[in-house]
Design a protein around this ligand. Structure first.
Ligand SMILES: Cc1cc2nc3c(=O)[nH]c(=O)nc-3n(C[C@H](O)[C@H](O)[C@H](O)COP(=O)(O)OP(=O)(O)OC[C@H]3O[C@@H](n4cnc5c(N)ncnc54)[C@H](O)[C@@H]3O)c2cc1C
Length: 331
């Protein structure tokens, strides 16, 4: 690792002031499970001059409900979110998604804010001098996304605005199906916006001195059925090849409400609004679930090496809908 200044911020405002002072040449650190790797491999176009520790800020680690909204402090560890009895009971989709992240060690260190803000896993982006080669890709300020014409087996099947790396965060996919919001604070004050809007083009939709402070999840109706499925190469530990999060409310077998989000297939969490509109008001059975699976991939345009994700996505969408209908879970 190279030399950098290290600050233990005591408040969010102090962290923001420090970020301002370093004018884009500082990074915040939470659990460090991603950032330390990024620093060791030296993959950033500019090595940060300062690291600002958020873990020393009091009161950013909490899980509570207020007026029908679940509020999670951004420093809350993934293991605490996964094991919270409140979240297991009412927001099980989020609990399952957190439980599917990495290993117990990663979940014990990694925070929910860090999970949402982690860097992409694209191997062109992650390549570095210490690993043998650097690709000055679009995400690093270059002009080319090397994955488009290179080895893109783990990349987007729904395109991207230049960069085709997929959103790496499982938590973001579950939160998108739960219609969650993210709260941030920066020099211009606070913002609250949908989790899916945290991801854009080839970067996070955050100002250079903006910090994620809280995640807010509206309480799902008690009868809503929530399912999380993640297809990965190694079940013990891996990022998603394809993941699907669904929240389905039925009334006498007819879909009253549904939200479906896909992960591993696009640069941002992908809400399937057309599929949701088709399902609403229809009986949920194997025919409608199958049609939903086909609709989910109708607009996919795979790259040279990732067409295999299409049948996986199609069958997982069908499967989650039927599992939700039958109240089945994977465990
Ligand atoms: C072996 C391994 C397997 C993994 N598998 C999965 C997986 O299956 N699914 C999955 O979703 N993830 C996976 N991950 C990623 C892991 O979940 C993240 O590394 C972790 O959640 C990041 O949290 P952290 O608190 O350690 O963040 P840090 O490493 O501290 O920070 C990560 C990034 O987020 C920024 N950041 C942190 N907190 C904030 C904040 N509050 N506001 C703004 N920016 C912030 C940092 O500046 C940094 O850029 C895996 C990681 C490893 C190492």
């Amino acid at each position: 690792m190279k030399r950098f200044e290290h600050f233990n911020a005591k408040t969010i405002d102090e962290a923001i002031l420090l970020l301002e002072k370093y004018d884009g040449e500082a990074k915040v650190i939470a659990g460090g499970t991603d950032l330390i790797r990024v620093l060791k491999d030296d993959i950033l176009p500019k090595y940060p001059k300062a690291i600002i520790n958020l873990k020393t800020i009091a009161n950013l680690e909490y899980i509570k409900e207020e007026n029908g909204v679940l509020k999670i402090g951004s420093l809350t560890r993934l293991s605490d979110v996964a094991s919270s009895s409140l979240i297991k009971t009412k927001y099980n989709l989020l609990s399952e998604a957190c439980r599917s992240v990495g290993t117990p060690q990663i979940r014990n260190m990694g925070t929910i804010g860090g999970n949402l803000c982690q860097d992409v896993q694209c191997w062109y982006y992650r390549a570095s001098k210490s690993l043998g080669k650097v690709f000055h890709c679009l995400r690093k300020g270059g002009n080319v996304c090397y994955a488009v014409s290179g080895d893109n087996r783990f990349h987007s099947i729904f395109g991207g605005k230049g960069c085709v790396a997929v959103c790496p965060s499982d938590v973001a996919i579950a939160l998108t199906a739960l219609d969650a919001l993210v709260k941030t604070k920066g020099p211009l004050g606070e913002r609250v916006f949908p989790v899916s809007e945290l991801y854009k083009d080839a970067a996070l939709n955050l100002g250079r001195s903006e910090i994620v402070t809280e995640i807010q999840v509206p309480e799902p109706p008690p009868e809503a059925r929530q399912i999380w499925i993640k297809f990965r190469l190694r079940n013990s530990l891996d990022f998603a090849i394809v993941s699907v999060a669904v929240m389905l409310t039925l009334e006498e077998g007819v879909c009253k409400d549904v939200r479906i989000a896909l992960g591993g297939v696009a640069p941002t969490p992908k809400r399937l609004k057309e599929v949701e509109d088709f399902l609403k008001g229809n009986y949920i059975n194997s025919e409608t679930a199958e049609k939903a699976g086909k609709m989910a991939v109708a607009k996919a345009f795979p790259l040279s090496h990732n067409a295999y994700k299409i049948p996986i996505t199609e069958s997982l969408v069908k499967r989650v809908i039927l599992m939700a209908k039958d109240h089945r879970t994977l465990t």
